[in-house]
Write a protein that binds this ligand. Structure first.
Ligand SMILES: [Zn+2]
Ligand SMILES: [Zn+2]
Length: 331
């Protein structure tokens, strides 16, 4: 039998007399089996809607400001396919991260019958959550937004309006990865667009005269079109007026930079915490390691599924985690 040093923040939950099973009543009905998991949190729902809106805004600017007006069909088609595929995967990952039960512990299961059914040995300690009246497995934490105890809870993310835990961490990691990728892709396309389309406009602006612009525009059109140089230039670069185009592109740049930084840092942190098998909360609370140490590869497989395949990158492939008994208590 291993003696585990007590942690001050768990003291109250560790005292056997605090369990008080008689005070816990079973939930009124067996629980929402088969129903969709969705957290009814106003702030989280607003953040999730904003996320979708921002992706759709980027989608709009990329398609209607940059790619469709472009005359280079090969460039447009290739970039259009790549960007749309990444955006679709990002939104699909977001949807799955939001609608997947992150690993909720059954509410109100700290009943006398349940504790007896665990057949605890003398001296064995179980954790009980005083807030949702459940016996929580090791490494579970209570989330005040979800109002539930979540297995291997990492953090509650308002952007996906859900906790990131044992069952949906894969989708959350994919979400951060695909958002980082579309942000990078959008920034590269904006860079190319500025290089190709605004070179002359900037020069003429700096020189304070329309001579350069008119001359360069005239030089770029075939001789038969020389009567309408402006019209040709406009359709080549954007179907919007130049000021609108610049504003739309600058906003996209700002959004892309912000999200590239935010999501790539998040992605790195998540992969690190998966490899070291230590959740965000455990790192924050500097919890002592009570669980077995495994290799980085084994930890990755535990989250993304066995064995390694293309399914790791797909938000539609539910990871086969080969779960251990969730009620493994510390002895
Ligand atoms: Zn709880
Ligand atoms: Zn939560």
């Amino acid at each position: 039998m291993m003696l585990v040093p007590t942690h001050h923040f768990r003291d109250i939950e560790r005292k056997p007399e605090y369990l008080q099973p008689e005070k816990c009543v079973p939930p009124p009905y067996p629980g929402p089996v088969g129903t969709m998991w969705f957290i009814r949190d106003g702030c989280g729902i607003a953040c999730a809607v904003v996320t979708w809106f921002l992706v759709l805004y980027a989608e709009f600017v990329v398609l209607f400001v940059m790619l469709i007006p472009s005359r280079d069909y090969v460039y447009s088609v290739i970039n259009g396919i790549v960007f749309n595929l990444l955006a679709f995967l990002a939104l699909a990952s977001h949807g799955r991260a939001m609608l997947t039960d992150p690993g909720a512990v059954p509410k109100g299961n700290a009943t006398k019958e349940f504790i007896e059914s665990l057949q605890l040995k003398p001296g064995q300690v179980v954790y009980k959550c005083p807030k949702c009246c459940s016996i929580k497995p090791d490494r579970a934490h209570h989330c005040s937004v979800c109002k539930r105890c979540i297995r291997k809870m990492d953090h509650h993310c308002p952007w996906v309006n859900n906790c990131v835990g044992e069952n949906n961490q894969k989708y959350f990691v994919l979400f951060t990865m695909y958002i980082a990728l579309i942000s990078l892709h959008a920034l590269i396309m904006v860079g190319f667009h500025f290089l190709h389309c605004f070179e002359e406009d900037w020069t003429s602006l700096l020189q304070g005269s329309g001579v350069t612009r008119a001359a360069s525009a005239e030089a770029r059109v075939p001789p038969q079109d020389k009567k309408q140089p402006r019209k040709v230039r406009a359709t080549e670069c954007s179907s919007f007026s130049p000021p609108t185009t610049v504003i739309l592109l600058i906003l996209l740049c700002f959004e892309g930079l912000l999200f590239l930084i935010f999501t790539s840092v998040m992605f790195g942190t998540q992969v690190h915490s998966i490899c070291t098998d230590e959740t965000g909360i455990e790192q924050l609370k500097k919890e002592e390691r009570r669980w077995a140490k495994k290799t980085k590869w084994m930890n990755m497989k535990a989250v993304f599924g066995h064995p390694f395949s293309l399914g790791w990158a797909s938000p539609f492939a539910t990871p086969d985690q080969g779960k251990a008994d969730p009620y493994q208590y510390v002895v």
